[in-house]
Design a binder for this molecule. Structure first.
Ligand code: CMP
Length: 170
């Protein structure tokens, strides 16, 4: 009798804990995507005619394009996008450069998207980028470095939402 009471308490406790886990972990998964990243093909690469070649690299790298647009940022919009760097000495040059010509903005999907995309594009400074990476192939300097890639899942979500509404993401 006592044993069956103890087993029943243990069972109830287990069901309760599993329900809590499913509730909280389920919600976490819904709010933070880990298979998306955000990119921009920057004004230098667009002006040099590299949009097609860069998209080809991205697709051959296993990424699916789930949103994409071609646009020209105002200095105000470029400043907002890079606000996180506003205290850095390169901020004003970065804003001027990013509003100097059209860009392509896109959301990309793949398992482990943020990390894999940063590998595909190479180091921020193209002089240090591995051979075969997008920046090694198409970029000329740390300012004109051909592409942007998000540095975390959280920033990928923020940056994607900066450019795309719910109706523009597939
Ligand atoms: P991006 O990945 O778009 O993020 C911020 C950008 O600032 C970076 O690429 C570079 O193009 C630019 N930048 C210019 N100077 C520097 C620097 N010294 N360190 C990091 N980023 C820099």
């Amino acid at each position: 009798m006592y044993l069956s009471f103890k087993l029943s308490v243990r069972f109830t406790k287990r069901v309760y804990l599993l329900t809590l886990k499913r509730y909280f972990c389920g919600n976490l998964k819904e709010t933070m995507e880990t298979n998306k990243t955000f990119t921009m093909i920057k004004p230098d690469a667009v002006a040099n005619g590299h949009i097609g070649a860069i998209l080809d690299h991205i697709i051959k790298g296993g990424f699916k394009i789930t949103a994409m647009k071609y646009l020209w940022l105002t200095p105000e919009k470029a400043g907002q996008f890079y606000a996180v760097h506003s205290a850095r000495p390169f901020y004003n040059d970065l804003v001027t450069f990013m509003s100097s010509g059209p860009i392509v903005a896109a959301i990309l999907e793949k398992d482990n998207a943020v990390e894999d995309f940063r590998k595909l594009i190479g180091a921020t400074d193209p002089a240090k980028a591995e051979p075969g990476t997008i920046r090694n192939l198409f970029a000329k300097s740390i300012d004109a470095n051909a592409v942007h890639g998000s540095d975390s899942d959280e920033n990928a979500q923020i940056e994607g939402n900066f450019y795309f509404s719910a109706f523009e993401k597939f």
